[in-house]
Design a protein around this ligand. Structure first.
Ligand code: FAD
Length: 535
């Protein structure tokens, strides 16, 4: 009863603030299968994200019980005389408020009680087709749950993120990348079909063949064109085990040459390429004690000081080979053959062997450790850059050995290459103009421990310095999980793709009410009232 009164009050405020024309009882009686909530705890949760850098308070939170609920809500926003904003929130693992919205409604896509949201039956657990090798999932499903469901059938998605407690809709709105991307492309290259609620409140099924413009727009589309309620994702036979190897380099060009060689093998038969190629930079020994370090067990101690570094910087290549009972007999030879041509420091080979699910879920183990130390829920001023291959040496000199110097890093700095040919250029995702480009991911945590170089202000300034350095040096980087505050910057980000992006926005979300937390479009109704601003 109290909740209902609060809800009525909130909706009345919404009407006063944004001139919503639907009757409050109409919004209350939208007839949602799920729950529309103004519970202060839920509103507070939806106001924040993993970055802990921005806060925007929605008026209400919808826990949808079905795709129809989402369509009803968006339709109400679309037809209201002044409109209100609607943001899908996956698992809230954005950094800069991308899933937040002020005064509008946040749709919590993940969690909550599992209803029959897709109408697929069995309370909409991911539905695997063994014959067609695909899985149908709710847009808010977490990848860890997709994996668990598909493994029951001996199958698994092909392309991953390093961390699995992310939602399907959230990663498909960006790209979804990890060390498999060189081979299979990002997650957005491994989707067959989507159901999408557009900014007009229609539910449309889209694929390469059907409503293809919407399909390509939504993939990598930063939530701008619609809300993904169902995805059909490609599967492959799941391997049982993973041979996981790390080797070190002190020479940057040797390191990148080997990485580029390994990703050039993507067309080879499975036995003659690795399944995963990543890497990271070690600018100080602190990294050995942080969240990607569990690999270096007491059995495998790493004494960085004993390995001659070049300017104190080391580079770690990380590779895996999957196998199962039928291929276990060949794994040693296959790995040996692949490593033969590499030029890492010979004494620096660290190997481990583990079940496939443990490998894919590796970052969660680190999360648990950081949580236990109170180091997970801290600000994360992350910066993710796609860098053209031809400028990586400049980046090494200017950033890893320059701007970052010998600071303690308080978070991994990933660096690995990808093949542009694996990215569908019709999607909304933006990548540099070279056949091979790198992800350089500075995934640092700000700590309030009195060390200036780990403070939020210091790390934020360093990020600005890095972006300025790239700009001044003419390194045409593209931000991954981009964050900008002006439309000019967004136009620059999308480059040649801007006109298409804008046209698609006008077609699928003409009132610009979706995902305003990305700060790409400023809905006219928010400024007209002068009271509601998404940023
Ligand atoms: P949210 O942050 O909730 O949403 C992100 C954006 O997508 C918002 O604009 C939101 O409105 C929109 N959105 C959410 N759901 C939907 C939907 N159903 N339909 C349409 N739009 C929607 N990324 C990688 O590619 N590779 C990695 O290895 C990787 N590792 C990570 C590790 C950690 C610890 C963290 C915190 C993030 C990592 N990410 C990685 C980034 C991650 O992919 C993004 O944060 C992404 O946004 C997914 O998070 P989410 O599901 O919580 O989405």
């Amino acid at each position: 009863m109290t909740t209902k009164l609060l809800l009525t009050f909130a909706i009345c405020r919404l009407i006063v603030t944004v001139g919503l024309t639907v009757d409050p009882s109409e919004l209350l009686l939208l007839g949602v299968d799920g729950q529309l909530s103004v519970d202060p705890f839920e509103v507070e949760t939806a106001s924040l994200d993993f970055g802990l850098l921005t806060r925007a308070e929605p008026m209400a939170v919808l826990h949808p019980g079905s795709a129809d609920d989402i369509a009803r809500l968006v339709r109400a926003a679309y037809i209201s005389s002044h409109g209100f904003t609607v943001s899908a929130r996956g698992h809230g693992h954005s950094i800069n408020g991308q899933a937040q919205t002020s005064n509008g409604v946040v749709i919590e896509m993940s969690g909550g009680s599992r209803g029959s949201r897709l109408g697929l039956g069995k309370l909409d657990k991911p539905q695997v087709s063994v014959k067609e090798k695909h899985v149908e999932v709710w847009g808010g499903e977490l990848w860890i749950d997709v994996l668990r469901s598909t493994l029951e059938h001996g199958l698994a998605p092909k392309s991953w993120t390093d961390y699995l407690y992310l939602s399907v809709g959230g990663t498909l709105s960006n790209g979804g990348i990890s060390g498999q991307a060189f081979n299979h492309g990002p997650q957005i290259s491994n989707v067959y079909e989507l159901d999408v609620v557009t900014g007009k409140g229609e539910i449309l099924t889209c694929s390469e063949e059907k409503n293809s413009e919407l399909f390509h727009a939504v993939l990598g589309g930063l939530g701008q064109f619609g809300i993904i309620t169902r995805a059909r994702i490609a599967l492959e036979p799941a391997p049982q085990r993973v041979r996981w190897i790390r080797v070190l380099y002190s020479n940057f060009s040797t390191f990148t040459r080997d990485q580029e060689h390994l990703i050039s093998l993507h067309g080879n038969p499975i036995s003659r390429k690795f399944d995963y190629v990543e890497g990271f930079v070690i600018v100080d020994e602190g990294l050995i004690n942080n969240w990607r370090s569990s690999f270096f067990s007491p059995r495998n101690p790493v004494k960085i000081s004993s390995i001659a570094g070049n300017g104190g910087v080391l580079y770690c290549l990380e590779i895996t080979k999957n196998y199962d009972e039928s291929t276990a007999g060949n794994i040693d030879q296959e790995v040996e053959a692949l490593m033969k041509g590499l030029n890492f420091i010979p004494s620096s080979v660290f190997t481990t062997d583990l079940p496939y699910i443990d490998f894919l879920d590796r970052v969660h183990q680190a999360e648990l450790k950081l949580r236990a130390k109170g180091l997970w829920e801290v600000p994360h001023p992350w910066l993710n850059l796609f860098v053209p291959k031809s400028r990586m040496a400049d980046l090494d000199r200017g950033v890893f050995k320059g701007i970052l110097g010998n600071n303690k890093t308080s978070g991994p700095i990933l660096i690995y290459p990808m093949n542009k040919s694996k990215w569908d250029q019709r999607s909304s995702a933006v990548t540099p103009d070279e056949d091979v480009f790198y992800l350089v991911a500075l995934l640092r945590s700000a700590l309030d421990n009195g060390e200036e170089t780990q403070s939020l202000e210091y790390l934020t300034n360093q990020n600005h310095k890095i972006l300025r350095f790239c700009d001044d040096a003419g390194i045409k980087v593209k931000q991954y999980l981009p964050h900008y505050t002006t439309q000019e910057e967004w136009m620059d980000h999308f480059g040649d793709k801007w006109d298409q992006f804008y046209r698609r926005k006008m077609e699928f979300d003409p009132r610009q009410l979706l995902a305003t937390g990305q700060r790409i479009f400023n809905p006219s109704f928010t400024s007209s009232t002068g009271t509601v601003s998404p940023w």
